[in-house]
Design a binder for this molecule. Structure first.
Ligand SMILES: NC(=O)c1ccc[n+]([C@@H]2O[C@H](COP(=O)([O-])OP(=O)(O)OC[C@H]3O[C@@H](n4cnc5c(N)ncnc54)[C@H](O)[C@@H]3O)[C@@H](O)[C@H]2O)c1
Length: 441
């Protein structure tokens, strides 16, 4: 296996693409990143990340300075430059929940029309099985030197908030290929990870596409499972947090993704399970379709449940009530608010006439754009000032450090719903708060 530097392009500079481009440059490759969004490219070329991701901006600057990373909006330049072209464009939810593949097809069409010599196009976006072959057919139909264009699928498993670490040290690499040449080229791209012992699993294109879909389906199922157990705990007066602790001692079950709460959101899990369900329905695989419908319904039910509890806590009507919301990002350590469970709850509260004041360590600007009815507070105590109820909806570690005595002095009523089961309920209760935890007595 060679560890020489390669010339790579990364098409699409969102969460996935920008992180991938920066990390590939960090590993020593020559990288050109391209996007159709001129502002994004201009910003990245100045060393600014258009989103919050711990550790990414310094690494972006370092690699711009080294000259190994550059940005463009020209597909001609990208086609000329790359030996390997990574497709990292978005695959949002489209009609009927199926993935909208138009960005993938537009990107490959624009690239392929300009490809002259031998190269490998590598899909990293999350797509339903069968997409890779369609992309390969399109590229070969359009590219002037069609036989010289190969395709592989190398799905990405990074987690927002840990994206740099996950990209530099992935827990596995999946190579969906149709030739040994493509597998070898991917081994060169990832030579450092392979030397460090990261397993590379080489397989056909469809299996590689399915690995990502089924990984996300499994994670979503695990979250909805524990949330369904929270509902059962509420019905019998049991404690879902103690239940989860006990389940987690079994290695076969494991500890992670077993935190009860408001459920999952973000730019991946919700749209990926719906895309997978749409594929399963189209293929007549009802077991997968039915399972994922239930997982989705349990997940969305959590948002409803928190709204119900909030309404009940403030006396049956939210109209005119002042609610402080802690956390709007879909998860901590991210400013991503795509399908944020918290923002969904905020929308329900404002619709019922509540006056909602929100705080988030990094996601405030995005939240204000999405729902102009929200009052954006600079601090937790500004959000909570005069509130009838505090909702803890995204479990930033900052919120675990809140002093409940101090916060108790600014609210109108000491009532909090911890929808992430992350706060120290005993400490809050000792400070005179009514604390409601989901699935706990
Ligand atoms: N965000 C994550 O944590 C994550 C993790 C693993 C996999 N994925 C998958 O990666 C893909 C991208 O996700 P994301 O979160 O980075 O999306 P994103 O919306 O943040 O970024 C997509 C980027 O693609 C650009 N783009 C769209 N059409 C283009 C074109 N024709 N040519 C060049 N650029 C184009 C957009 O301008 C945007 O910058 C999705 O399939 C997603 O499911 C995301």
């Amino acid at each position: 296996m060679q560890s020489a530097s390669l010339r790579l392009t990364v098409i699409g500079t969102g969460y996935l693409g920008l992180t991938h481009a920066v990390c590939m440059a960090e590993l020593g490759h020559e990288v050109m990143a391209i996007d159709v969004d001129e502002d994004k490219i201009a910003k990245a070329a100045r060393g600014e990340t258009p989103f919050f991701e711990p550790g990414l901006e310094p690494l972006l600057r370092k690699n711009l300075e080294s000259g190994r990373l550059r940005f463009t909006t020209s597909f001609a330049q990208a086609a000329d430059f790359g030996q390997v072209h990574f497709l990292c464009v978005g695959t949002p939810q489209g009609a009927d929940g199926a993935a909208d593949l138009s960005y993938v097809f537009a990107a490959v069409d624009a690239l392929a029309a300009r490809l002259g010599g031998q190269c490998l196009i590598v899909g990293k976006s999350t797509v339903p099985p069968g997409t890779a072959r369609q992309v390969m057919d399109r590229a070969r139909t359009i590219a002037p030197a069609s036989d010289a264009v190969e395709l592989a699928w190398n799905p990405e498993f990074l987690r927002e908030g840990f994206a740099v670490q996950d990209s530099l040290s992935p827990d596995r690499l999946v190579f969906g290929v149709t030739s040994e040449w493509a597998a070898d080229l991917l081994r060169q791209v990832y030579s450092q990870a392979l030397v460090a012992g990261v397993p590379a699993l080489v397989m056909d294109l469809e299996t590689a596409e399915l690995v990502k879909m089924s990984a996300n389906a499994f994670l979503a199922t695990k979250i909805s499972f524990i949330n369904a157990m929270a509902e059962m705990c509420e019905a019998v007066g049991a404690d879902v947090v103690r239940l989860a602790e006990a389940l987690a001692c079994d290695d076969r079950i494991g500890r992670r993704f077993l935190s009860p709460g408001l459920g999952f959101g973000g730019g991946c899990l919700p749209k990926d399970i719906r895309s997978f369900r749409a594929t399963a329905q189209r293929l007549g695989v009802t077991s997968v379709a039915d399972l994922l419908s239930t997982v989705d319904a349990v997940n969305l039910g959590r948002r409803n449940r928190v709204t119900e509890l909030a309404r009940a806590t403030v006396g049956g009507s939210l109209a005119g009530k002042r609610i402080a919301v802690l956390g709007v990002a879909f998860k901590p350590d991210s400013d991503d608010i795509r399908d944020s469970p918290s923002l969904d709850v905020c929308g329900r509260l404002t619709q019922e006439g509540a006056i909602v004041s929100v705080h988030d360590p990094v996601a405030m600007p995005s939240a204000a754009r999405i729902n102009p009815d929200l009052r954006c507070a600079a601090t937790v105590s500004e959000a909570a000032d005069g509130s009838d109820l505090v909702l803890h909806l995204t479990e930033w570690s900052d919120y675990r450090a809140i002093d409940p005595v101090a916060l108790g002095s600014v609210v109108a009523r000491r009532a909090i719903i911890d929808a992430r089961s992350a706060l120290d309920a005993a400490m809050w209760r000792a400070a005179g708060w009514d604390v409601l935890m989901l699935g706990q007595p």
